[in-house]
Design a protein around this ligand. Structure first.
Ligand code: SAM
Length: 292
């Protein structure tokens, strides 16, 4: 029995936040089965969806709906059930509640009421995708869903353009091609992405490729526009710098312009294009001239 169970005798119930499978039912943890089998009340995002899972497990708790349209009312109800001494488990349609899913409002209300929240970790599409991406970055940003419309999506992608962390993005099948196209247009064709489709399910597909190739691949195969998607996007890498601390591209540009233009003009143009400081460019230009 869990140390936080109401049966410990403090008279109030515990809220269990329970992760459920994102496709493969065998990913249900033993602890999740045990807690769902024991709590009298389960709060579910869609009671029809979760009813299927609970039937599969042979469990018949009292089900209450807690979704984005009634979460505040559901939270109040759950707090009062807990105060009456009954435990409650909250689950979402798939994966971990509170991760691009309802759950956070209920959890906050329970914490605010001074009651106990116990998380039961388990499947989450985001973490499964990171684990299968092969990137070695130590940090990642959970973006969740980008805005659905082109303009707002482009603006959101621009904001994450220079973040060195991996970016974890959820996307719906009817928008996957537009989303990857906008990612390519803002971040460039070379930035790598891992496209994770239908994780843990029959048509699971995991492919790592540069954004330029990713757009072509998804556009050219309608099967790659079906199902559920997580994108794991490589983080920003600052361009390599020369010994002078100038990006290699800027130095190359300077060299080319110096073949045709006087130092002052070449420096002025590179400064305009790159935004790099005049002084550093000037010093480098003089050194390049001396090498000639
Ligand atoms: N709470 C869930 C979790 O922990 O991953 C996420 C719920 S969110 C409403 C649903 C989105 O998660 C889908 O649109 C998709 O982007 C992603 N997702 C869920 N299951 C997936 C799967 N089996 N394969 C790939 N992506 C999945």
């Amino acid at each position: 029995m869990n140390a936080h169970s109401s049966t410990e005798g403090n008279g109030v119930g515990t809220l269990y936040v329970v992760a459920t499978p994102i496709g493969n039912l065998q990913d249900m943890t033993a602890r999740a089965v045990s807690v769902l089998g024991r709590v009298p009340v389960v709060a579910a995002e869609d009671t029809r969806v979760s009813g299927g899972l609970l039937r599969h497990l042979g469990i018949r708790p009292r089900l209450i709906a807690s979704h984005e349209h009634n979460e505040h009312a559901a939270a109040e109800k759950i707090v009062s059930i807990l105060r009456n001494g009954e435990d409650v488990a909250v689950i979402s349609d798939a994966g971990t509640p509170g991760v691009s899913d309802p759950g956070a409002v209920v959890v906050k209300a329970v914490l605010d009421a001074g009651l106990t929240v116990v998380p039961l970790p388990g499947p989450s599409a985001a973490i499964a995708a990171v684990s299968a991406s092969g990137f070695q970055e130590n940090s990642f940003r959970f973006v969740g869903f980008l805005p659905p419309k082109h303009g707002a999506r482009t603006a959101a992608i621009t904001l994450l353009k220079e973040d060195p962390a991996l970016q974890i993005i959820y996307e719906a099948p009817h928008r996957i091609l537009d989303c990857i196209t906008d990612l390519r247009d803002v971040l460039g064709t070379e930035r790598e992405v891992v496209i994770c489709r239908e994780l843990t399910k029959t048509f699971e597909t995991i492919r790592r490729l540069p954004l330029g190739d990713a757009v072509e691949w998804v556009a050219g195969d309608s099967n790659q526009q079906r199902g559920e998607f997580v994108l794991v996007l490589a983080g920003y890498k600052a361009p390599e710098k020369t010994d002078d601390g100038l990006p290699e591209d800027a130095e190359r540009m300077l060299g080319i312009l110096l073949e045709e233009l006087p130092v002052k003009q070449a420096v002025g143009l590179v400064m305009k294009i790159t935004g790099l400081p005049r002084n550093a460019l000037y010093q480098r230009a003089l050194a390049l001239k001396e090498q000639d």
